[in-house]
Design a protein. Structure first.
Length: 206
């Protein structure tokens, strides 16, 4: 994790990993590790271009770990009641958000702000691009596909996980409009993203 998370981020990630393993089991931990691998890979994708744009985030802190890992940890604790679907859908949502952000900034066309439907500079919260939206669904679908192997979900469930993840990413973007106006932070929008994904996934599949 060195060079990816700072020391407090590493410690919090380890704590969440222990919670996932103790309350959810090995499958929960494996899916979170798969998310972590995907997040690192998509962050480093075309990093030279992102660095030149001033948008390459090399090392993340505990706030990022908290906003992405808190709800999945809670859902692991509640798994005897809720089952694995909300957990998987929440991971799909944060993966969709990560892919949308990291791939969307590479779109040759500027994203469109949801506040006024005008083009805005890449990396601004509350904006969407075609490439970013496609990337979001791709990221969520990777989690959905992996759930067929890790949790024995069927293909329909995997597809619905992808849709729930995309919905969570869109919710993140909508609340990103408020973030740009000083209401909330990236952490709060990430948490809303994971809640939305979990809720929609549970509604669609359960």
């Amino acid at each position: 994790m060195k060079g990816v998370l700072d020391i407090r981020g590493v410690l919090l990630a380890l704590f969440f990993g222990i919670v996932l393993f103790l309350f959810g089991g090995l499958n929960y931990l494996i899916l979170m590790l798969f998310f972590f691998f995907l997040a690192v890979a998509v962050t480093k994708y075309e990093y030279e271009i992102k660095r030149d744009m001033g948008l390459y985030e090399h090392e993340r802190g505990w706030e990022n770990v908290l906003s992405n890992g808190l709800l999945p940890a809670i859902l692991a604790v509640l798994s005897p009641i809720t089952g694995p679907i909300p957990f998987v859908a929440s991971i799909a949502a944060v993966t969709a958000d990560k892919f949308g952000s990291e791939i969307g900034i590479l779109d040759p066309k500027d994203p469109i702000s949801l506040l006024n439907l005008k083009a805005i500079k890449p990396g601004t919260s509350g904006a969407m691009s075609v490439l970013g939206t496609v990337g979001s669904f791709a990221g969520a679908s990777l989690i959905g596909a992996s759930s067929m192997f890790i949790f024995s979900f069927d293909p329909t469930q995997a597809l619905l996980i992808g849709i729930a993840g995309l919905a969570g990413s869109i919710a993140d973007t909508l609340f990103g409009v408020l973030e740009e106006r000083g209401i909330g932070t990236k952490g709060t929008t990430n948490f809303i993203c994971s809640i939305t994904g979990a809720a929609i996934g549970y509604y669609l599949i359960s």
